[in-house]
Ligand binder design. Structure first.
Ligand code: KG4
Ligand code: ZN
Length: 337
């Protein structure tokens, strides 16, 4: 089965073709980051309009790269939520239109399910069950994953998402958008030990997170040290605090669920310091940690094509056209055959 995947929930247009026998045939991405940079964040209406411009040419490119025709497709998957309503509607409209014309099924995929299953596209995929740490621009969750569509929420952020914390801290330090990669680069030149920042919720006795206090602490620190020379040290201190918190909670989730496998997904999972901390932490527990290929950490069409293929293969084909800007991941069910 050959499935075209379309991602358009935020500021990247992603298109991919996944074949259930041959694997990922091709994927293409157009990032709108440069367009939104002047505004310091994503402007929803500009995002929707740009998806309209980019997705069809991307589909052509991806088909050519996969050496496929439209008529070789057996199904279409698109991100149905969560995300920006207008941006989601563009992908959904194109996907549903294509599927209708080609007389093939279409399926709306949960964006976080895409992220969560993306490590299964790597060369050494994890087996079920596993604990997943989902860290993106909009979400921070620990999930117990028993299989496709079998997700149990273990803990989540009570305020800002991890990616949002990186983005807001980057803004406080006068760095560009998106903040994660910028902080990570600057932190390399910084001294982690120069400033002490809090680790909120570390001792909370549950698996929830809170990052807004950390952001306030960064703002206070920055006011005390407005000089340019302090920026790298603040970035390093912030990144160290984030890594400590995310690692400690992930290890706690492994212990509580007696799991031996941790899967990391979402844009913040691209952070090298975090990867190193999770690898070291898991080693102490005798657990294994799995990451998506770096290019599949942030938003992409491949994860949507893949998650969609798993659902379409089971015969899932929900008619109708809808997007869900807000959508709880643990409300999903296993594929309906
Ligand atoms: O998963 P993603 O691409 O989009 C969402 O679904 O939100 O995640 C984007 C988030 C942004 O907040 C960005 O700053 C963060 O992931 N991010 C990073 C890194 N690369 C992207 N955060 C820390 N370190 C990175 N290297
Ligand atoms: Zn995402």
């Amino acid at each position: 089965m050959r499935v075209l995947g379309i991602e358009s929930s935020c500021d990247e247009s992603g298109v991919a073709i996944f074949d259930t026998v041959r694997g990922l045939l091709a994927h293409r991405l157009y990032s709108q980051i440069a367009m939104h940079r002047d505004y310091g964040g994503v402007v929803p209406e500009l995002a929707s309009r740009d998806h309209v411009r980019r997705i069809v040419p991307l589909i052509r490119d991806t088909l050519a790269a996969a050496d496929c025709e439209l008529t070789d497709l057996d199904g279409v998957a698109y991100t149905a939520g969560p995300g920006l309503a207008g941006a989601l509607l563009v992908g959904a409209g194109i996907a549903r239109g294509l599927a209708y014309t080609l007389e093939i099924p279409a399926v709306g995929v949960h964006h976080l399910e895409g992220h969560l299953l993306s490590p299964l596209l790597s060369r050494e995929p994890p087996a079920f069950p596993f604990v997943a740490l989902l860290v993106s621009g909009g979400h921070t969750q620990l999930m117990q994953v028993a299989g496709v569509g079998r997700y149990e929420l273990l803990g989540e952020t009570l305020d800002d998402a991890a990616g949002e914390a990186f983005d807001k801290t980057a803004q406080l330090l006068g760095l560009g958008y998106p903040g994660g990669p910028a902080i990570s680069r600057l932190a390399q030149e910084g001294d982690t030990a120069r400033y002490a920042l809090p680790r909120p919720m570390l001792g909370s006795g549950d698996l929830n997170f809170s990052f807004s206090g950390l952001k306030t602490a960064v703002a206070t620190l920055r006011r005390k040290h407005p000089e340019d020379a302090a920026r790298a040290d603040i970035a390093a201190a912030f990144q160290a605090a984030m890594c400590d918190i995310l690692t400690a909670k992930s290890l706690d989730a492994l212990r509580r669920t007696a799991s031996r496998r941790l899967v990391v997904a979402g844009g913040v999972g691209a952070n090298r310091q975090l990867r190193a901390a999770l690898v070291a932490g898991c080693e102490t527990l005798g657990a294994q940690v799995f990451f998506p290929e770096p290019e599949l950490c942030t938003d992409n069409g491949a994860m949507i094509a893949y998650a969609g293929a798993l659902r379409l293969r089971e015969g899932e084909n929900i008619a109708g056209f809808d997007v869900r800007p807000r959508w709880e991941l643990d409300s999903l069910a296993a594929p309906r055959g």
